[in-house]
Design a protein around this ligand. Structure first.
Ligand code: PEP
Ligand code: MG
Length: 746
């Protein structure tokens, strides 16, 4: 950049910083800033548009346009040239604005006399806060130096906005992060909660966007980059031979050594930005590009750069992931995404979870369900909008997050919470009654569990036993492989807490998204179809044997129920069962007390097992349908992929017919059958399963009340007829017909 510009730019930034330090109101600051910029750049007009809400931009200050238009002129996102800059997050630089496509004339501003237009997005960490515009009468394009200088100014404006510099009396703009905001997402676990935000990864705050001493800032940048480089190199040498991880780290190294990236940041610093602002400026631009990149490879590399910038920012600001902030009361977690193990680390402290990514079928969601914590996924902008400690209400019925809610929302929401408490009380009144339908059929109601802390629900929910105990949760919470003695003590505690009720322990189901932190991750192209669950157990039987021994010892003379996950063919069952028999023999020889009775079963989670030979059905002790996996394989639709996950309804006639077929095969051989996927906890789904012959269901404890309540009010024969009629008509799903029938029953 030309030297004259550098000096000019530094001078301008110095003035902006003085403005920020002064004690003017937000509006006065903005007015002053627009006039400073116009003078400095030699243009007649300088205006700042900021977002009022998610898709409305408001003219907040101007030098050169009609002052009366301030806070009056508003544009939708994408509307006019200003709206286009905001939507595309790209500069628009034109000598003849009125002839530009998309130009929208706003008579109240008096802008018709200005022909050149330069619009710069005001970005912070990929979030568009507004648009900075300069205009002039003379028809000319702005030079690259001018564009660059204004990009730097826009960066400082973004930081100032973030720090609340434009808020206050006289300014129609509320403080960023202080206005009530409503965000929408997808419900992954129902429930309502009120509490305060706890950011899984706190935002980095930059308090010094402008710096006086570029030399010192360059040194700081270089030192930080060096620390980053050393860190990445260390990760590379430490990393196990895992290919994917290595590739990512190589990409990191490439960026950390990238001349282009460094050069741009050095230029930013020369123009007057502090080292952290320079990093943020480049990071914002990269994030804006991520949004536009269609090429996967490029997107991934830009995400790597984003991650690297985050690390650099944390080094520069000293704001590590652990900022020492104290967790507020009733914490509601906000994160881009979270794994099941990380979630378990929080234990039961959380009252709610809000994720920008995530998916309903993921194991993090299952953990949230096991912990009965309301969870909303796909909440766009959550990590941008929320600040640690913000008051928040999570509506896990509607999938709505009320951030910093106003009084009317607070009172309506509290009414809703009270109503839910009343419903819970109603369910409590049928807790000890059987799930007996109007036609007299009794459905077994069991609960899913995975943590010791789930066991009290066995009494509270009225479940007859634990139909699925996910043993992997105990492996996921640790950072090293648990020992046999630890496991056996734990399983014994579970059996004691169950107090004679049946607990079906499922052996370790790892792989897919359940990755043990202490096991080398596998480089699998398709982990859901990969080396997981019983496949790992049979190929590397050490852990399986250890677990079976722990279970036998835990039973210590009591009955024991064990089931194997993800059995796809008869032989896998016979091999696993042989391991069980061997374990019994070994324990007998070692003189341990054996279980009084032993039941060994399998989970039916792959369509293939439904077509296993007759002798499988005769031999297996019982079957439990893992509907989450079974459905994903039946429809070939990834349970974690939101795009396809909901495409196929559980009440789809093909799926119901398939379940019915399994019911029939089990009936022929008198094989006990139950259903333990998440769908068993959805009242309408559970009712339909019962109507096609399922006699035992296992679900999260909180669902038992609602499911039982519907079953007790229903006539299964009638529901069965509704489903059969729907099938004969050739409906795709039985849901519309069943829902209509249920409405008629009210
Ligand atoms: C299932 O697949 O339905 C199941 C119960 O197992 P998980 O959700 O743990 O894979
Ligand atoms: Mg499963």
């Amino acid at each position: 950049m030309a030297e004259r510009f550098e000096t000019e730019s530094r001078k301008l930034l110095g003035r902006l910083r003085d403005e920020m330090a002064g004690d003017a109101t937000g509006q006065m600051r903005l007015d002053k800033i627009t006039s400073l910029i116009a003078t400095s750049i030699g243009s007649e007009v300088c205006s700042v548009y900021l977002f009022r809400d998610e898709d409305t931009l408001e003219l907040c200050a101007t030098e050169g346009l009609n002052p009366e238009a301030v806070h009056q002129t508003r544009l939708r996102l994408g509307e006019g040239l200003v709206g286009r800059v905001a939507r595309r997050r790209q500069v628009v630089n034109t000598a003849n604005a009125p002839q530009e496509s998309g130009f929208r004339f706003m008579p109240e501003t008096g802008e018709e006399v200005f022909s050149s237009f330069l619009g710069i997005p005001i970005l912070r960490l990929g979030e568009t806060l507004g648009v900075l515009v300069v205009q002039s009468k003379q028809s000319r394009e702005f030079s690259a130096d001018e564009v660059y200088a204004l990009e730097v100014v826009a960066m400082v404006l973004a930081e100032m906005a973030e720090l609340g510099a434009f808020v206050g009396e006289g300014s129609a703009m509320g403080a960023r992060h202080s206005q009530p905001t409503m965000l929408r997402g997808t419900v992954a676990q129902e429930g309502v909660a009120e509490g305060h935000i706890w950011l899984h990864e706190p935002r980095v705050v930059v308090t010094n966007p402008v710096a006086d001493d570029p030399k010192r800032e360059l040194e700081r940048l270089n030192e930080a980059v060096e620390e980053l480089r050393v860190g990445v190199d260390k990760m590379l040498t430490n990393a196990s031979a895992d290919k994917e991880q290595k590739e990512v780290l190589e990409a990191y190294r490439m960026f950390a050594n990238s001349k282009g990236w460094m050069r741009r940041m050095e230029e930013d610093i020369s123009s007057g930005l502090s080292a952290e602002s320079a990093v943020e400026k480049e990071q914002s631009l990269a994030r804006a590009r991520i949004g536009q990149a269609t090429d996967n490879y490029l997107r991934e590399r830009l995400s790597d750069l984003d991650d690297l910038s985050n690390r650099l920012l944390r080094i520069l600001t000293g704001q590590g992931a652990d900022t020492g902030a104290e967790m507020p009361e009733n914490p509601i977690l906000v994160a881009r995404n979270i794994g099941p193990a990380e979630l378990l680390d929080y234990d039961r402290k959380l009252k709610g979870i809000i994720l920008e990514a995530g998916s309903v079928g993921s194991h993090a969601a299952i953990v949230a369900r096991a912990l009965a914590i309301p969870l909303i996924v796909h909440v766009e902008r959550a990590t941008l909008e929320a600040l640690n400690g913000d008051h928040v209400m999570v509506d896990g019925e509607q999938g709505i997050v009320h951030l910093r809610p106003d009084d009317s929302v607070v009172s309506a929401f509290r009414d809703k919470m009270a109503m839910q408490a009343a419903a819970t009380e109603r369910y409590a009144s049928i807790r000890d009654k059987p799930a007996q339908t109007l036609c007299g059929t009794v459905i077994g109601m069991h609960m899913n569990a995975g943590l010791m802390a789930d066991l009290p629900s066995l009494q509270g929910s009225g479940a007859e036993g634990v139909g699925l105990f996910r043993t992997e949760l105990q492996f996921l919470v640790r950072n090293k492989m648990p020992q046999r003695s630890e496991l056996s003590a734990l399983y014994a505690r579970v059996l004691e807490a169950a107090n004679g009720k049946r607990v079906a322990f499922r052996t370790l189901d790892i792989g897919s998204d359940k990755v043990l932190p202490y096991m080398k991750p596998n480089d699998e192209p398709n982990p859901a179809l990969g080396w997981r669950a019983i496949r790992v157990g049979l190929d590397k039987p050490g852990i399986l044997r250890m677990q079976l021994q722990a279970l036998i010892r835990a039973a210590n003379g009591r009955p024991l129920t064990v089931m194997f996950p993800f059995v796809a063919q008869y032989e896998e069952y016979t091999q696993a069962k042989a391991e069980m028999d061997k374990a019994m023999d070994r324990e007998r020889r070692l003189g341990h007390v054996l279980p009084s009775e032993i039941e060994v079963g399998a989970m039916l989670e792959t369509p293939s097992l439904a077509f296993a030979p007759q002798k499988f059905f005769e031999e297996v002790g019982f079957l439990s349908i893992g509907g989450n996996d079974l459905k994903q394989f039946f429809f070939a639709a990834d349970r974690e992929n939101e795009r396809v996950r909901r495409r196929y309804d559980t009440l789809n006639i093909s799926f119901l017919s398939f379940i019915e077929r399994i019911v029939e095969r089990c009936a022929q051989t008198n094989t006990p059958l139950s259903f333990c996927g998440e769908d068993a906890g959805r009242p309408v789904e559970a009712l339909c399963f019962a109507a096609i012959g399922m006699r035992s269901l296992s679900m999260r404890p909180a669902s038992i009340g609602p499911v039982k309540s519907l079953l007790r009010r229903s006539n299964l024969e009638e529901v069965r007829k509704v489903i059969m009629d729907s099938r004969h008509r050739g409906d795709m799903s039985a849901r519309p017909a069943v829902m209509e029938y249920l409405r008629g029953q009210k």
